[in-house]
Design a protein around this ligand. Structure first.
Ligand code: COA
Ligand code: AMP
Length: 633
């Protein structure tokens, strides 16, 4: 079957298509309906289907001949540790830790926050929550206490799981200190914290609140899986929105299991039993979907890599991993490839390793420039596939579905729509644009299984952010265009979200912090092009009248504040003082135009601009201070 035929079927008969795909998972009770409308009048998938995601990811494989196959490899160059768990062993660990959670009162529907580094216990904790029907919410380690506190207050977890620390190459991250600071800031307090002590840092435990992971595990009774509904939430993953408040993306159990298993076969072209490696972090959606759930649901061996593409110990780290684990499919962010290319431009380290096991390299998380794609393709001699998705979708929306048909690769394009996704590009009037004209990317609703059914505690924000802007469509927040062959090119966010080294961040959250500085009258934080990280944030600041502060001093203070309030991962390092900001007559700051100036892209000043002369001033300011660079193709 061709891609076109397969895709066509998914769009002309979605229920028939997804009913067939749902046969690939082992339901305790099959769904009585495939798509249906819920009490909000919104589409959901697999009514009355009963399952358990942890069962499907572990027990099912143990029962079907994979007990002795490695489920999880843990490779940690930062601690010099390697470990592996067979499916039987991982199941045993998950059963035990589910027993720990159960003994502490965690039940189906409870929320549990997991703030942990890239260690097997994190994977075990997530699968243990899934086993009990509890809803996990993993928070990325690079966020500051305030960001953790916001998530604690929104998710209202029964328990918080953490570790004593993480290692960022050679820098120790004191997780417990961050947790303590977050709990001081949050009004919600979990009933307890379970702390995994790592050898290089010991966390002091607060009596009555904190419990030692290993001691609880040692005394635990294994817990069995709890049957849940397809529509019950599996997890909440907070992601940056256009305000400082993150959005709690909900993922349900049934649609997620069906979609991820489908994607492993048809998008990634993987086979059960093969080694699949997503070099990402469990704190991001890529980690949820393709370090943990996708590979395990499909019976692959997955890898948890506590290291970096470079400096652990060198730019040959990825190639060493491929050789050592015979990796078949690798998934990473373009920024990781750029980091490798910078250190080893001629790919000499690659030649030291046998990477012949690798069939495909998939890239996502940010726009992939042509040079990066072509460099990696030449280096590895295999198809390198750019594909596009979001936390909200949970799995790719655009790709080259190599498991059905490898289409010609067009560098710069993230491919064609994946089965179930009806994509259009519209202009400012909401009408579809002809090929090669850039506009707003929309996806027709209902979205396929696996995509977000809502936002935690905020249905009205779900509707106003995604569904109301273009009725009948899901608003992606990305701009792009299609070409005459139906390939889609994603050009970047059209809102205030930025992607820094593959990490999704909100400039509004940073603006809130900058604006709170006593010398700042007003400010704009924009994401500008960066040849290594894709984008980096820069703050433009107008000082309060009478304040005469040196730019370098202000920059130092603001950088520290953003690090402390948002987190080091924001990579906020540049501040420029300006006498004014470009605004519309109604007072809205024209951040997009500022971005065009920094990225040296052509733009048309809107007719609503208050005073166009400010744009020339900004151009001069940025040139003088060396802010901004032209985007590569
Ligand atoms: N816990 C604590 N701090 C973290 C962290 C974590 N989990 N992850 C990153 N940080 C910190 C880093 O230590 C760094 O701090 P510093 O300013 O003190 O040096 C800061 O956040 C920025 O980190 P990062 O974005 O990782 O930049 P980098 O320059 O250290 O490394 C890359 C660059 C390309 C190696 C790295 O960004 C990378 O591997 N990116 C891939 C991203 C990815 O997997 N995205 C998921 C989509 S596939
Ligand atoms: P996240 O929710 O963290 O996965 O970030 C999603 C955003 O990352 C998207 O809305 C895009 O802006 C960007 N993105 C992800 N993959 C790609 C890609 N292949 N090409 C361009 N942008 C991408």
């Amino acid at each position: 079957m061709t891609y076109q035929e397969f895709y066509g079927r998914s769009m002309s008969d979605p229920d028939g298509f997804w009913k067939e795909q749902a046969e690939a998972i082992s339901w305790f009770e099959k769904p009585s309906e495939i798509s249906f409308k819920d009490e909000r009048g919104l589409y959901r998938w697999f009514k009355n289907g009963k399952l358990n995601t942890s069962y499907l990811a572990l027990d099912y494989h143990v029962e079907h001949g994979r007990a002795n196959q490695v489920a999880l490899y843990y490779d940690s160059p930062v601690t010099n540790t390697k470990k592996k768990y067979t499916y039987a062993e991982l199941l045993e660990e998950v059963r035990l830790f589910a027993g720990v959670l159960k003994a502490r009162g965690v039940q189906k529907g409870d929320t549990v926050i997991i703030y942990m580094p890239m260690i097997p216990e994190t994977v075990i904790a997530m699968l243990a929550c899934a086993r009990l029907g509890a809803i996990h919410s993993v928070v990325f380690g690079g966020f500051a206490p305030r960001e953790l506190a916001i998530r604690i207050d929104d998710a209202r977890p029964k328990l918080l799981l953490t570790a004593s620390g993480g290692l960022e190459i050679d820098k120790v991250i004191d997780y417990m200190k961050i947790v303590n600071a977050a709990l001081e800031e949050s009004s919600h307090q979990p009933e307890g914290c379970i702390v995994y002590q790592r050898p290089f840092i010991t966390a002091p435990l607060k009596a009555g609140r904190d419990f030692d992971w290993e001691s609880l595990r040692a005394g635990a009774q294994p817990a069995d899986y709890v049957v849940v509904d397809a529509t019950d939430p599996l997890y909440i993953l907070y992601t940056s929105g256009t305000t400082g408040r993150p959005k709690g993306v909900i993922r349900d159990n049934g649609g997620h299991a069906v979609a991820l298993k489908f994607s492993m076969k048809y998008i990634y072209g993987a086979e059960p039993g093969e080694v699949y490696w997503a070099a990402s972090d469990v704190g991001w959606v890529v980690g949820h979907s393709y370090i943990i759930y996708g590979p395990l649901l499909y019976g692959c061996s997955t890898i948890l890599y506590e290291g970096k593409p470079v400096r652990t110990p060198d730019a040959g780290a990825f190639w060493r991993m491929i050789e050592e684990y015979r990796v078949r499919v690798l998934f990473t962010a373009p920024t990781a490839i750029r980091a490798i290319k910078k250190e080893d431009p001629n790919g000499l380290l690659r030649q030291r390793y046998d990477t012949s096991s690798l069939k495909y390299l998939f890239l996502a998380g940010e726009r992939c420039d042509v040079a990066t794609l072509e460099w990696s393709q030449q280096l590895l001699g295999i198809p390198v596939i750019d594909h596009w998705w979001q936390t909200e979708s949970g799995w790719p929306m655009l790709a080259n579905m190599v498991g059905i048909e490898l289409l010609p690769i067009k560098p710069g394009s993230a491919g064609k729509p994946v089965c179930g996704y009806g994509l259009i590009v519209v202009g400012p009037d909401g009408n579809p644009l002809p090929p090669n004209q850039e506009g707003t990317v929309l996806v027709s609703t209902p979205l396929p299984p696996g995509c977000l059914p809502g936002l935690w505690n905020d249905n009205s924000r779900f509707i106003s952010s995604y569904l109301s802007p273009y009725p009948g469509y899901y608003f992606t927040g990305d701009g792009g265009y299609t070409d005459e062959d139906g390939y889609v090119f994603i050009t970047g966010r059209i809102d205030d979200i930025i992607n820094v080294a593959g990490h999704r961040l909100s400039t509004s959250a940073m603006e809130e912090v900058v604006a709170s500085h006593p010398s700042v009258a007003e400010c704009a934080v924009i994401g500008i092009h960066d040849h290594m990280k894709g984008q980096v944030p820069v703050g433009f600041v107008v000082l309060k009248g009478g304040v005469n502060m040196a730019e370098a001093e202000l920059e130092k203070e603001l950088v520290r504040m953003v690090r402390e309030k948002v987190g080091p991962v924001a990579a906020f390092k540049r501040v420029a003082i300006t006498s004014r900001l470009p605004k519309t007559r109604s007072g809205k700051i024209l951040r997009r135009i500022m971005r065009f100036i920094a990225d040296q892209e052509p733009y048309n000043p809107p007719s609503t601009i208050e005073d166009g002369s400010v744009l020339g001033e900004l151009e001069t300011l940025m040139k003088t201070k060396g802010i901004g660079e032209a985007k590569e193709a």
